[in-house]
Design a protein around this ligand. Structure first.
Ligand code: ADP
Ligand code: MG
Length: 359
């Protein structure tokens, strides 16, 4: 997958921006607060309909403007895709190849990206909810079946919880929601199990390639054991659920675990190890997406060198498959100049103005 052109109009600090990257590695250099992350954020939004920094579109519109418009032209192995997103005073419009989409989720999977930002260390250090968001976001991009099951499952949990908060919840109605939860929950668990099973060896390999030391082990930690029946668990926990007024068991309580050097990374690993583990996870997705879709996703690495030493930075760059297009931001280049070959395209951004440096 190859980004040919990204355009932004009044998106964050970018009043009018056009970005035409090349194949391979593209370096976007600039001081703090010049708009580097905003460029990647725009492409992330076009791929997933979400920003990693906010859920409020009003924050994405340039201050003083009533809306924004962004668009991407992407070449896939079998077709070209044009995605446009526009937001104007509270209403959102998404177009794929010029056709308005009724639902925002229609854009998922049209452009597939793997995005890494410094905040992603929260995947290792943060809450289980953050790891579930990761699973949901990544699987929604590559599996329409997962996206469908997720939407249905969330709806069923919401309805069941509403029912559980009634003074006298109706058992027959609870049976109906239990059946929904069991069916869609089983799909979520099966897809998550497969995803993590496919991801874990690549993540371990990427971790070792970057860290050159201790091993890293990634595992899926489902709330309900994979060999157990979700409907039986729901039936057995119904009394507790009624008492607590919520659904206490199921894949909405799932987690992932990272072990570094045979110890849980959350309490024991150093900041650098945690960051490397999160990065390894993202790198492993490149091969997984290629195995599933026949092509690499677009890799975006935001400020990735900020906490990595020179050795880790160099090994990271060699771990990126040369065929994958990569958009990489950095503040200082002087310390890292030797890492980049002549084939890498260079851009510079200052106060939202992007220009190519090498051409
Ligand atoms: N909605 C907005 N309107 C105008 N400027 C914004 C908006 N959101 C963020 N900014 C500005 O954009 C800059 C941050 O951009 P960012 O892409 O995070 O920079 P970088 O990644 O280069 O450090 C800040 O100066 C911030 O004030
Ligand atoms: Mg930034």
């Amino acid at each position: 997958m190859f980004l040919i052109e990204l355009t932004c109009e009044n998106f964050r600090g970018l009043s009018a921006m056009r970005f035409a990257p090349g194949p391979g590695v593209n370096l976007i250099r600039g001081d703090n607060a010049q708009g580097k992350t905003s460029i990647l954020e725009a492409l992330l939004y076009l791929a997933t309909s979400k920003s990693h920094r906010t859920n409020l579109e009003s924050e994405l519109a340039r201050r003083g403007e009533g809306g924004f418009r962004i668009g991407a032209h992407v070449r896939r192995h079998d077709r070209d895709v044009n995605i446009e997103a526009a937001w104007w005073q509270g209403s959102k419009r998404i177009r794929v190849n010029g056709v308005n989409q009724a639902r925002v989720s229609e854009i998922l999977g049209k452009i597939i990206v793997v995005f890494f930002s410094p905040e992603d260390v929260a995947l290792v250090r943060g809450s289980a909810a953050q790891r579930r968001t990761f699973l949901d976001m990544e699987l929604s991009q590559i599996s329409p079946r997962y996206l469908h099951a997720l939407q249905q499952y969330r709806q069923a949990v919401k309805q069941r919880n509403e029912l559980l908060r009634h003074p006298q919840p109706n058992d027959a109605l609870l049976d109906v929601w239990d059946a929904q939860l069991a069916a869609h929950g089983a799909t979520l668990m099966e897809e998550r199990r497969q995803f993590v099973q496919q991801l874990a060896p690549g993540a371990a390999q990427a971790y070792e390639a970057i860290a050159e030391k201790e091993p890293m082990v990634l595992a899926y930690k489902p709330d309900v054991r994979l060999d157990a029946s979700l409907s039986e668990i729901l039936a057995a926990s119904r009394k507790t659920d009624i008492r607590q007024g919520m659904t206490t068991r199921g894949p909405h309580r799932d987690d992932l675990s990272f072990d570094v050097d045979e110890k849980a990374a959350r309490p024991f690993a150093s900041q650098g190890q945690q960051k490397t583990a999160a990065l390894a996870l993202k790198l492993a997705e490149l091969d997984l997406v290629r195995a599933r879709t026949g092509e690499y996703p677009i890799l975006m690495l935001d400020d990735v060198f900020s906490e990595l030493d020179a050795g880790r930075s160099r090994r990271l760059l060699t771990a990126i498959p040369p065929e994958a297009q990569c958009l990489l931001t950095t503040t200082d280049l002087t310390a890292r100049e030797d890492l980049f070959g002549a084939s890498c395209a260079r851009f510079h951004i200052q106060a939202g103005n992007l220009r190519r440096e090498d051409a």
